[in-house]
Design a protein around this ligand. Structure first.
Ligand code: GAR
Length: 220
């Protein structure tokens, strides 16, 4: 049996879908044990239910204190004994205690060329800045928002007719849906680890993120 994978979502769930499909066809050697959402109306939840995956809702609106939400989420997660926790469009900032408990097991995907544009509205900000390139990054989660050790980063060249919506679609389709399943596959296989705060890929400490050139055939 492969690694135990839990996916956390808040929204549409396109990354969730890509990860689920990769688990199904064994490109990711893991068992998808649960999908947890902080929003009861997340579109991704309906997909997960229809796919026969166990789902849970830990609604942040039920908690006045952020730390109480974190504690409730951690308590639910613990029951699944996850080896990998993949944040897939999970739009809550997690506190230090939570992050420490799952450190080294938790990955996030963010739609920018980190360290550029942590936070929200990344596509709009890249366009407004007149950037030549934009992309997405998979990283380990540490207490810094969107700031942990980078694993893989994909980039694309902005085109004259890219507006915010088109750019978001391109980053999702051309980059996110490829690099995230690949990163989770590496982790499930034991090829990717966090050691002393650094990402280690096949025993090599990464000084910078891997690129799309390192995608295996099955993830291209
Ligand atoms: C994705 O673009 C993901 O990178 C982003 O939210 C979107 C979720 O879409 N995550 C963040 O901005 C995290 N800071 P999805 O639910 O369709 O996968």
């Amino acid at each position: 049996m492969g690694a135990r994978l839990v996916i956390l979502i808040s929204g549409r769930g396109r990354n969730l879908r890509a990860l689920t499909e990769a688990v199904r066809d064994r490109r990711i050697d893991a068992e998808l044990v649960c999908v947890i959402s902080n929003r009861a109306d997340a579109e991704g939840l309906a997909y997960a239910r229809a796919a026969g995956i166990a789902t849970e809702v830990v609604a942040h609106i039920d908690f006045t204190e952020r730390s109480a939400f974190d504690a409730a989420l951690a308590a639910r997660l613990r029951t699944y004994a996850p080896d990998i926790v993949a944040l897939a469009g999970f739009m809550r900032v997690l506190g230090d205690d939570f992050v420490r408990e799952f450190a080294g097991r938790m990955l996030n995907i963010h739609p920018s060329l980190l360290p550029k544009y942590a936070g929200l509205q990344t596509h709009r900000r890249a366009l407004a800045a007149g950037d030549a390139e934009h992309g997405a990054t998979v990283h380990f989660v540490t207490p810094e928002v969107d700031g942990g050790a980078q694993v893989i980063q994909g980039r694309l060249t902005l085109q004259p007719d890219d507006d915010e919506a088109r750019l978001a679609e391109r980053v999702m389709g051309e980059i996110e849906l490829k690099i995230y399943p690949q990163a989770v596959a590496w982790m499930a296989r034991g090829d990717l680890r966090l050691v002393d705060g650094a990402a280690v890929y096949k025993s090599r400490r990464l000084d910078q993120a891997l690129t799309m050139a390192q995608l295996e055939e099955a993830f291209r």
